[in-house]
Design a protein around this ligand. Structure first.
Ligand code: EPU
Length: 329
């Protein structure tokens, strides 16, 4: 693909992706693009479409494993100021409307959004305390946990879709389900959230309680990409559990734990001794170590419980490019 001169300052070649991910492993991207505006993003997406170059949208790399071979395509990072802006409602709007609409770019940092919404007395995001990532990636995979999921507060999502340009989607068109959406190739560039005015002190206490419950259960001090597998639905309720209710179903971490796999190691990667659904990586780890360990855990859980664990993390590799879900938060 020929990069036109006007994009040259925003596109780098052969960039190592490991440092941009929580795992810190993986190879290079053929191109890494950081558009400065929505217009540039639209033009880049169109360029890739006509050149048949796959796009890999990258948020903060919180939920992503990049293969040691890297990816042959264009990695898109929406970290320019235009994509990190957050438009907070004013107190006057509170009096006028009672509701609280927050507009934020896809590159906005989730920790910042949670902290700042709580400080301003806006409820709805505090349940996502402790979830790392960019807002775009969080929406894309409908991130959440026991206390709630982002879908609960999403009002509209602005996307750039190859061949269709800029579109504004209602939640039903986003297709939120358990840790999944129907966004396909669409790239999230902005999100409108519907929050609720509340008491900042009460929100703060709730946020801190969720944070400490997570810190007690999960290996925050180590390098990981969060839960590796989705929670499987309970066998006896197969099909009867709506996808959005899977939080309440069997825990993949508990199955891995009961199969005796905590501490299992391949090279620099091991199953966390704290939570079975986390694979933690030492600085010496490679993506291949993590992938091999994922395969072993999957086989052991299938043999012991007859459950096929499905990946929650995104894996970017050369083999799967084109068919695989590529967005990561
Ligand atoms: N458990 C074990 N052993 C383990 C891990 C868990 O016995 O090694 C047990 C726990 O004691 C508890 C049950 O399993 O009784 C559920 O564990 P937990 O509360 O940790 O919840 P989870 O279902 O394992 C989900 C999300 C997490 C989220 C937590 C809390 C998924 C795949 N995981 O985990 O999300 O933080 O609830 O809300 O949905 C992530 O998405 O990356 C993630 C970490």
């Amino acid at each position: 693909m020929q990069i036109p001169a006007e994009f040259a300052p925003r596109v780098d070649r052969d960039i190592a992706l490991g440092p941009m991910t929580a795992y810190g492993v993986g190879g290079t991207a053929r191109w890494l693009a950081r558009p400065a505006s929505v217009e540039e993003l639209i033009a880049l997406v169109e360029l890739c479409r006509i050149s048949a170059v796959p796009i890999y949208p990258l948020g903060k790399g919180a939920n992503l494993l990049v293969s040691d071979d890297g990816v042959d395509g264009l990695v898109l990072r929406l970290d320019a100021a235009a994509f990190q802006d957050i438009d907070w409602p004013s107190r006057n709007e509170r009096i006028a409307h009672g509701s609280a609409i927050v507009r934020a770019g896809a590159g906005a940092d989730m920790h910042r959004l949670v902290r700042e919404s709580v400080r301003r007395g806006l409820g709805g995001l505090e349940v996502l305390a402790g979830i790392p990532g960019s807002l775009g990636g969080i929406v894309r995979m409908n991130a959440g946990g026991r206390w709630g999921q982002i879908a609960d507060v999403v009002r509209r999502v602005t996307v750039v879709e190859p061949g269709r340009g800029l579109r504004v989607l209602e939640p039903a068109e986003v297709g939120f389900a358990y840790r999944r959406t129907e966004l396909g190739e669409a790239i999230v560039c902005g999100v409108e959230l519907a929050l609720t005015w509340d008491d900042p002190q009460a929100l703060r206490e709730r946020m801190l309680a969720i944070w400490s419950a997570k810190k007690a259960a999960q290996p925050f001090a180590e390098h990981s990409a969060g839960c590796v597998f989705k929670n499987p639905p309970r066998a006896e309720m197969n099909g009867a559990v709506p996808e959005s209710a899977r939080e309440r179903s069997a825990s993949a971490g508990a199955l891995i734990d009961r199969a005796g796999l905590k501490g299992l190691r391949v090279g620099g990667a091991s199953v966390s001794t704290q939570h079975g659904n986390f694979i933690v990586a030492e600085p010496s780890a490679t993506a291949a170590d993590i992938m091999t360990l994922i395969g072993r855990v999957r086989r052991a859980v299938a043999e012991r419980f007859g459950v096929e664990l499905e990946l929650e993390i995104k894996v970017w590799d050369r083999v799967g490019s084109g068919q695989r879900e590529r967005t990561a938060c």
